[in-house]
Design a binder for this molecule. Structure first.
Ligand code: CMC
Length: 385
């Protein structure tokens, strides 16, 4: 038992709440198991990064081939989950569900059909990680098909992870350029140490609960707009600015919109970060790729990036706040024609690799995560006074 006097930090700001060998987030670098993010974004595929996170080392060519084959073999969903996702259109259009909710429920139900759901051994955890990694894109694809009122687009074994995700969502074979942008975005989103969703997953795993439960909780944490939901919220904010100021990027109108937002003390989505105060290392990488995709697609998309850049400049000049990865992600996925409510589910398709690595690490060297709290309620009183 600790004899130290407990200290309090709102939002656990600055608190070191555990150890990890998976990822290092610092002002000057983002590192996955020793590899810097720009290095990975340039040279590694998402599958290689997922293997690195889950296994601990980069794969050899033979290991990568076997890993890819395993993932492809696990893409199919249990019939129960397939049937359940058929209701996605109704749940989204007539009720209050959004795709992140449907994905959270689907992952929870996937646990019921995973033969090793209750087994927290390292071997079973690795097998379950691969199954989750393979199945989440299929859940996203089938859900989108159902929302679009179309038949399911089945996984295509000739396509790698990123290409297959785009294929299943649209039923169209994506261009190599689109696949590259999606693959890099998945690499950038894969891992980020003790962010809120990963911490949630570790708290759940720390009770010796199972991987599917921990990932289900992590999805709920990621959904919020202060975390992963910011990629959708950033695009919605840009759409709102566009609606308010009209089709031209009039600098005066943009500035007026921003000043009003500052006056209203609005949180601008896709900006700021708990750790990075001098910029998010992932943001410029995705911004450059997204801007290139926009230039290939046409004026409407270039103007969106121009607007985003004007907003960024005002935020930086007047508030000294940098964009985080979710800001360029919103513009990039929009340029790729992805429906906005699927941006955060796609984040899940990537971050599930990091979550599963953390859940396995927690199970392998566990101590219950149970902090103290500063009580602010009434003094002691009598019920029967
Ligand atoms: N818009 C306006 N003001 C901001 C923003 C923003 N996006 N971010 C920070 N600030 C202000 C904040 O209000 C505070 O001002 P004051 O000192 O006057 O109260 C000051 O900057 C310092 O904030 P902080 O302590 O650095 O913020 P935090 O660490 O508590 O919160 C954050 C970090 C990411 C939740 C916050 O920046 C935010 O709400 N950003 C918008 C949502 C967002 O983009 N989230 C994505 C996070 S990164 C990737 C991911 O997880 O997906």
């Amino acid at each position: 038992m600790s004899t130290q006097t407990p200290t309090m930090a709102k939002g656990l700001d600055g608190v070191i709440a555990g150890e990890t060998a998976i990822c290092k987030v610092e002002q000057h670098a983002l590192i996955y198991r020793g590899y810097e993010i720009a290095d990975l974004a340039e040279y590694a595929s998402f599958e290689e990064v997922a293997y690195l996170l889950l296994v601990g080392e980069k794969p050899t060519a033979a290991q990568l081939e076997a890993f890819n084959d395993e993932l492809k073999g696990e893409r199919g969903l249990p019939s129960h989950v397939r049937d359940q996702l058929k209701n996605a259109g109704e749940l989204v259009k007539k009720h209050s569900a959004v795709p992140m909710d449907l994905l959270r429920t689907a992952v929870s139900v996937l646990g019921h059909f995973d033969p090793e759901c209750q087994d927290n051994s390292p071997e079973a955890n690795l097998r379950k990680s691969k199954r989750l990694l393979a199945k989440v894109p299929t859940v996203i694809g089938h859900m989108q098909n159902a929302i679009d009122g179309k038949d399911y687009v089945e996984p295509d074994d000739s396509l790698d992870h990123a290409a297959n995700l785009l294929w299943m969502m649209t039923g169209q074979k994506p261009s190599p350029e689109a696949v590259k942008v999606m693959d890099v975005s998945l690499v950038l989103y894969a891992e980020h140490d003790f962010n809120a969703s990963t911490f949630t997953a570790r708290v759940i795993a720390g009770t010796l609960s199972d991987m599917h439960g921990a990932v289900t909780g992590a999805i709920a944490a990621l959904k919020g707009p202060l975390h992963g939901g910011a990629n959708e919220a950033a695009m919605e904010m840009l759409a709102e600015i566009r609606k308010d100021i009209g089709p031209d990027n009039d600098p005066k109108k943009i500035q007026d919109w921003m000043h009003k937002a500052f006056e209203d003390k609005r949180k601008l989505m896709g900006f700021g970060h708990r750790v990075y105060k001098n910029g998010d290392h992932r943001a410029p990488i995705l911004h450059a790729l997204g801007r290139k995709a926009a230039e290939a697609r046409g004026e409407e998309f270039v103007k969106l990036f121009d607007l985003g850049e004007a907003v960024q400049k005002i935020m930086l000049d007047e508030k000294n706040i940098f964009p985080n990865v979710d800001f360029p992600c919103g513009m990039t996925y929009f340029t790729m024609g992805i429906p906005v409510p699927q941006y955060t589910p796609i984040f899940v398709a990537s971050r599930v690799s990091g979550w599963c690595a953390h859940i396995s690490e927690q199970h392998a060297n566990n101590r219950l995560i149970r902090p103290r709290v500063a009580y602010t309620g009434p003094d002691l009183r009598k019920w029967n006074a």
